[in-house]
Design a protein around this ligand. Structure first.
Ligand SMILES: Cc1ncc(COP(=O)(O)O)c(C=O)c1O
Length: 448
């Protein structure tokens, strides 16, 4: 790090960049040319040198209500002053029950019960464990296989990377969970390029579950887990009819269906959950991120009535599920969740995302034809742009786009491989959509 860049990124607290090993980051490159953020408000981040950077990614797909909302800040402050922590093993507090009720109310059908944890990864591991335990409690302990999908991202726990389908997240970590199989992913550029919303082609890929059942037999399969829209792998909206077909096949064979809605939950696709958009009721929904607009770590699993009731038997003094986290339903996270849900309701942010979807799609698709743009996908307030890889340097073009986007064009974006992913806070205005697209066009030309 040069003396000049150190000065440019100076912050009031000690700021030696050496000690923090950043997650999912090119650490050496970052430490030579840091992308530092000091504060945020609404749609914008602010850098130490005073630049205003528009947030095209809602942080990491999480700050759906925008940044530093006064109502959420006040709720967290008041909660910290009143009840900083209380255990959730054998004890409870009112904000935990209120937050669970609010979340359950948003979920469709009889998805009525909420188990809290602290992240999307924990939510996925919780859902997978609940699925296995459910079949055990029902006396069908042979149902142990878990089915994920290629290109799926379900966080970084051993359960999540086992059912996930992103090779770099798996290849370094041993043999993972046994008994996992994968559906094929649903992306086919030749058939789907430049689709808006759900592509027409691909529903038949759900039938691959029939093949997996034929191979292993339904008596060995506990659950299927998919993201309704695969986000982290580069935004793959589900083909029309695909999720409905998965539900039918799961019903036919008595297999639990889990929707990982860590990204798609809380308005991202214009409805509270993607399950509502697709009219499909899964047996469990995992959530995190948008639940409290990214303010305090929180995740959870929403389960259907019958599933919950299956556990509620035996002697009443007995613990029904041997699972939980010290910070499950943390009072600060719950207070933040309630304040966030109030904002979503009062400002009609899910409806806003729905209304903006066509405006957003037009704007992002207007980038078609720029150098190296191979495909563009949009759905809800999500967009992805695939750039052609540089010869022998997969990921280098998008990495440069992300870095120069932040440092030179004041635009924050996500990248995965050579795909740029966008998912702005749901408070975005039409003018700000224009700002993102103008900046993006410049960045894409700059990295040509
Ligand atoms: C679908 C999905 N599941 C799980 C996770 C993991 O969440 P966390 O990073 O909070 O553990 C993510 C994170 O992006 C996600 O997109």
């Amino acid at each position: 790090m040069t003396a000049q860049s150190r000065a440019a990124n100076d912050v009031s607290s000690p700021n030696d960049l050496d000690a923090w090993w950043l997650p999912f980051t090119a650490n050496r490159s970052f430490k030579q040319r840091p992308r530092m953020i000091t504060r945020a408000k609404g749609m914008y981040y602010y850098t130490p040198d005073g630049r205003e950077v528009i947030d095209g990614a809602a942080g990491l797909w999480c700050c759906n209500a925008g940044h530093n909302r006064d109502e959420i800040t006040a709720a967290i402050q008041a909660q910290a002053a009143e009840l900083d922590y209380s255990p959730a093993f054998q004890f409870g507090h009112s904000k935990g029950f209120a937050a669970a009720s609010r979340i359950a109310q948003l979920a469709p059908g009889d998805l009525n019960h909420v188990f809290f944890c602290n992240s999307g990864s924990e939510a996925v591991d919780t859902a997978l464990k609940v699925a296995l335990a459910y079949w055990n409690v029902r006396g069908q302990g042979s149902k142990t296989r878990l089915i994920g999908r290629e290109r799926g991202y379900h966080g970084v726990g051993f359960g999540g990377i086992s059912v996930g389908g992103i090779v770099k997240n798996r290849q370094f970590f041993g043999t993972l969970l046994a008994g996992v199989d994968h559906l094929p992913h649903t992306y086919n550029r030749a058939e789907q390029a430049f689709s808006r919303g759900e592509p027409e082609w691909g529903a038949h890929l759900a039938d691959e579950l029939e093949r997996i059942v034929a191979l292993h037999d339904a008596s060995t399969i506990a659950a299927v887990i998919v993201e309704p829209m695969a986000g982290s792998t580069g935004v793959l909206p589900p083909p029309k009819g695909y999720l409905q077909r998965l539900r039918q096949i799961c019903d036919k064979y008595g297999i639990l269906l889990i929707f990982d809605e860590v990204i798609s939950g809380f308005g991202r696709l214009g409805t509270a959950f993607a399950a509502e958009r697709y009219g499909v009721i899964p047996d469990m929904i995992t959530f995190a991120k948008g639940v409290n607009s990214g303010t305090v770590p929180m995740g959870g699993v929403i389960v259907r009535e019958g599933l919950y009731n299956t556990f509620m038997q035996g002697p009443e003094h007995m613990i029904e599920l041997f699972h939980g986290y010290t910070y499950s339903g943390h009072p600060l996270a719950c207070a933040a969740a309630i304040a966030t849900q109030d904002i979503y309701r009062d400002e009609k942010l899910f409806e806003r995302a729905k209304a903006l979807e066509p405006v957003w799609a037009d704007a992002i698709h207007s980038l078609k034809g720029l150098p190296n743009v191979l495909d563009i996908r949009t759905i809800g307030l999500v967009g992805a742009i695939d750039l052609a890889s540089r010869p022998d340097a997969v990921g280098a073009r998008a990495f440069e786009a992300m870095d120069r986007g932040f440092n030179e064009y004041n635009l924050m974006m996500r990248i995965t491989g050579d795909t740029i992913a966008l998912s702005p806070p749901l408070i975005i205005t039409e003018e700000q959509i224009g700002e993102i697209v103008d900046k993006l066009a410049k960045v894409i030309k700059a990295v040509a």
